[in-house]
Design a protein around this ligand. Structure first.
Ligand code: ADP
Ligand code: 5GP
Length: 190
């Protein structure tokens, strides 16, 4: 097969990106491999370097920026960089797989611009902002301050939805998963 395609999944934090990606990646027909991002934030409990993220110091990340090693990067939260390494995309494509990216909404728009028809961008929306807050609270991975920061930011990020190829509302999880799988199946078939 030619170079694998890119599937971008973006959404405000807590909308269900990781949950949805965790499920669709099990579908072997989609030939997906997760693009592990680089970040300068600290690992959460249970996160492993080289599995969830490539955890980097700020100075190493800034070296990577200077050396043009990133497809895109954003300071997603004040003081914390997140970015997609060029060598990560080529590693996956060279293995004959399609690349799935879990990146913030600005990064999603930038990657789509760079890759054009070779990329499909999907925006995951929560049914309401209130539902989003409840999901972040029950996920239990972030402090109340971090949750408030994420929910405030979500209202702004939702305004990016119409810049994406497709929008999927994550209300009933299994329906959202099927919808995303169908959209990807259709995209990778040609
Ligand atoms: P993201 O990766 O976008 O930050 P997560 O996948 O971590 O979001 O989801 C946030 C929380 O919401 C998790 O605890 C997850 O189990 C839960 N969740 C995801 N989708 C749904 C859904 N459709 N209904 C109820 N809870 C959900
Ligand atoms: P978290 O800290 O919850 O893992 O991720 C916070 C946000 O950073 C999420 O919205 C996630 O999609 C985004 N993110 C993760 N990796 C990247 C990346 O490589 N580039 C960009 N622009 N955003 C990323």
């Amino acid at each position: 097969m030619a170079n694998g395609k890119l599937i971008i999944i973006s959404a405000p934090s807590g909308c269900g990106k990781s949950t949805i990606i965790g499920e669709i990646i099990k579908n072997a027909d989609l030939k997906l491999e997760f693009s592990i991002s680089a970040t300068t934030r600290a690992p959460r409990r249970g996160e492993i370097d080289g599995v969830n993220y490539y955890f980097m110091s700020t100075s190493d990340f800034e070296d990577a920026i200077r050396n043009d090693e990133l497809v895109e990067y954003e300071e997603v939260y004040a003081g914390y960089y997140y970015g997609t390494l060029k060598k990560e995309i080529s590693r996956i494509q060279e293995a004959g797989k399609n690349v799935i990216l879990d990146i913030d909404v600005k990064g999603g728009v930038n990657v789509k611009k760079k890759y054009g028809p070779d990329a499909l961008s999907i925006f995951i929306k929560p049914p309401t902002i209130d539902t989003l807050r409840h999901r972040l609270l029950s996920r239990g991975t972030d402090s109340i301050e971090a949750i408030n920061q994420r929910v405030d930011k979500a209202a702004y990020e939702l305004t990016f939805a119409d810049k994406f190829d497709r929008i999927v509302v994550n209300d009933i999880l299994k329906d959202a998963i099927s919808e995303v799988e169908n959209i990807i199946t259709d995209f990778i078939k040609d």
